[in-house]
Write a protein that binds this ligand. Structure first.
Ligand code: SF4
Ligand code: SF4
Length: 214
């Protein structure tokens, strides 16, 4: 196979997991438990197709342009395609197709499921890396934003704004990001420098999320 970067590229996407399906001999890549790409292997372990999901119109167009892009093998042929791993599809195009597949499958899930799949809070923190996770706080996704520092019986103002009011996956993609509310709900224990670092980290976390899933 000529796309030797493929596994690392996919595993570097936020929230991606992979497994091996022994009956089909496929390495499957998932986001939120849903497959968005697969490497189909022959009995000798050599890839013979890369399967991924596309918008049906895009799929039809690309199949017309590249003989190495075929209707999805063992998949819904309208929105899945199979790419020959030793064909002439340019690397940049395949990367773009894989990005689209990841975005489509993520965007097809509920916003709560997207946050869980991405491991992000509504404001973009990585819950699992938070020292309070599972001790004082179950994570904003689990308690619908009613985290310990939120007003009694209410959601954290960032969660309430992003999820309840604006119906977003989170603050990512909001034109006001980071808005004045971020400063208002800032952890008082944080120095200015630590707060700025926290804002930058959250902005960075949203960067890997496709715009259609924000
Ligand atoms: S305080 Fe709670 S919601 Fe916020 S990052 Fe930590 S565990 Fe997640
Ligand atoms: S205005 Fe935008 S950035 Fe601010 S809390 Fe609401 S969704 Fe987040």
């Amino acid at each position: 196979m000529r796309y030797l970067w493929l596994d690392e590229y996919l595993m570097n996407k936020r929230g991606v997991t992979k497994d091996f399906q022994p009956v089909w001999n496929w390495i499957r890549y998932h986001i939120g438990g849903k497959m968005f790409a697969a490497l189909c292997l022959d009995d000798a372990g050599k890839p013979y197709y890369i399967n991924l999901k596309l918008d049906p119109m895009e799929s039809e167009f690309l199949r017309g342009q590249y003989p190495d892009i075929l209707p999805g093998y063992y998949s819904d042929k309208r929105c899945w395609v199979s790419v020959r791993p030793d064909g002439a599809v340019p690397d940049s195009l395949l990367r773009n197709m894989l990005d689209q597949s990841y975005g489509l499958v993520l965007a097809g899930q509920s916003k709560k499921a997207r946050r869980a799949a991405l491991g992000l809070t509504a404001c973009g923190l990585e819950c699992a890396a938070c020292p309070l996770h599972s001790k004082e706080c179950p994570g904003c996704n689990q308690c619908n934003g009613r985290v310990f520092h939120a007003p009694a019986g209410k959601a954290c103002p960032l969660y309430a704004c992003a999820v309840h009011k604006n119906h977003r996956t989170g603050c990512g993609g909001c034109p006001h990001l980071p808005c004045a509310l971020w400063e208002q709900v800032r952890d008082p224990a944080l120095s200015d420098e630590a707060f700025r670092a926290s804002v930058s980290a959250r902005l960075e976390n949203w960067k890997g999320v496709p715009s259609n899933a924000l």
